[in-house]
Design a binder for this molecule. Sequence first.
Ligand code: GLN
Length: 197
Amino acid sequence: MNIGVLALQGAVAEHMRSLEAAGAHAVAVKRPEQLDELQGLIIPGGESTTIGKLMRKYGFIEALRAFAAAGKPIFGTCAGLICLAERVEGQQGLEEPHLRLMDMTVLRNAFGRQRESFEADLNVKGIEQPVRAVFIRAPLIQSVGERVDVLCEVNGEIVTARQDSLLACSFHPELTSDVSLHRYFVDMVKQAENVAG
Ligand code: GLN
């Protein structure tokens, strides 16, 4: 099971470590050609404007849309969630869109200055134990379309969601030793492989 971590900018090594701990072989992805060898991909947290620019520069936008269209799972965390979103609040028309794969509207840096970074234990649908989450200048999901399943909310705000083989969370699941969300994603990838069979 080869799962890539998009290695253009952001928390790459930590995701690779968590993926390995969850039983997958992790690959740092710097070129779109590498996607052919992968069954799933994580887009890490970092700075979404930078990751978006580099995705466009290196030809990842079309390549990742094709990857998703082939039913291969993608997991976006924090800035990666912003990259997956169909709509980014306040940014319509300001710059080139990102991947626009998940039917949701996201708001960047949504938790305010006082709470720029914080940790929480979250109840995520489909995962038995609470998930330890680190929020850093995190976005939140303001609204989702019908095809999107909300997996977790914090104070009424959506922070984890899934649309078929796309998973997104607004926090950093890779900065703790809790790999339950990575295990959940590895299971999604296994299921997609069985279907593709
Ligand atoms: N604030 C960043 C952005 O808007 C996301 C922060 C993160 O990934 N930790 O892209």
